[in-house]
Design a protein around this ligand. Structure first.
Ligand code: BTN
Length: 232
């Protein structure tokens, strides 16, 4: 990652860089809005729902950006991440509600929002994953077949985040719905506190929550993650 180039391209931003850190989320807490924390490696990368984020040294983008709170921020960040991947590699990603960026049905990037700090992890040059992740994770390189410049992806990512967080809520919901194969008409299972439900997605409600229409006719509003393609 060419940190000096990033600082030249975004002179107004505070950009902190760590060769290794526990989590960029911790380092970003308390910094002013607009600040960016990047690391080559995380030793305790945080995922959603208390999971760990696999943060192999030198292979991925591990980035936290301090933002101002907006509605449906997670959805805006997924759109921004997919936009940055498209601009820097030409590859078109799917979005799995609420925070997963997908390539060929596997997760290539994830979003974590804590107190308006955007945590974005992108699997860029990983050539393999630990066995427990191998069936569900992928990297940009595994799809392009050639190394991808981390710097180029970040150069696209920071302006993309700026653009998408400026949009109003209804526009974000509309763009997410058209970019995501999961938003409507997709057969899914969802892990709920009471157990796993299965149904067909039926759009987003005005707050950005996912509606799942079950075969018994009930609609369930999904407010947290745990959505998977049925049969996967
Ligand atoms: C998820 O899909 O579960 C969210 C993953 C978010 C990972 C990123 S990597 C940069 C930032 N620092 C962290 O510790 N987590 C986020």
């Amino acid at each position: 990652m060419d940190i000096e180039r990033l600082r030249r391209e975004f002179p107004a931003r505070r950009i902190e860089y760590y060769p290794t850190i526990d989590s960029t989320m911790r380092a970003a807490a308390g910094l002013e809005a607009g600040s960016v924390v990047l690391a080559d490696e995380q030793t305790a990368g945080q995922g959603r729902l208390g999971r760990r984020w696999h943060s192999e040294a030198g292979s991925g983008i591990y980035c936290s950006i301090v933002l101002k709170p907006i509605p449906v921020l997670t959805l805006a960040l997924g759109l921004a991440t997919a936009d940055a991947i498209a601009r820097s590699t030409g590859m078109v990603c799917d979005l799995r509600w609420p925070n997963d960026v997908m390539l060929a049905e596997k997760k290539v990037a994830g979003i974590l929002v804590q107190n308006a700090i955007a945590g974005i992890g992108i699997n860029v040059n990983h050539s393999s994953f630990p066995p427990e992740l191998a069936s569900e994770a992928t990297s940009l390189r595994l799809h392009t077949g050639a190394p991808v410049s981390l710097t180029d992806v970040i150069l696209a990512l920071l302006p993309a985040v700026d653009r998408f967080v400026e949009l109003d809520k209804d526009t974000i919901l509309r763009l997410f719905t058209s970019a995501s194969s999961y938003a409507a008409g997709r057969r899914v299972t969802v892990a709920q506190p009471e157990g796993v439900i299965e149904g067909t997605t039926a759009g987003l409600d005005p707050a950005g929550f996912l509606i799942v229409h079950q075969d018994d006719g009930t609609d369930t509003l999904i407010v947290a993650g745990g959505v998977r393609a049925a049969g996967s």
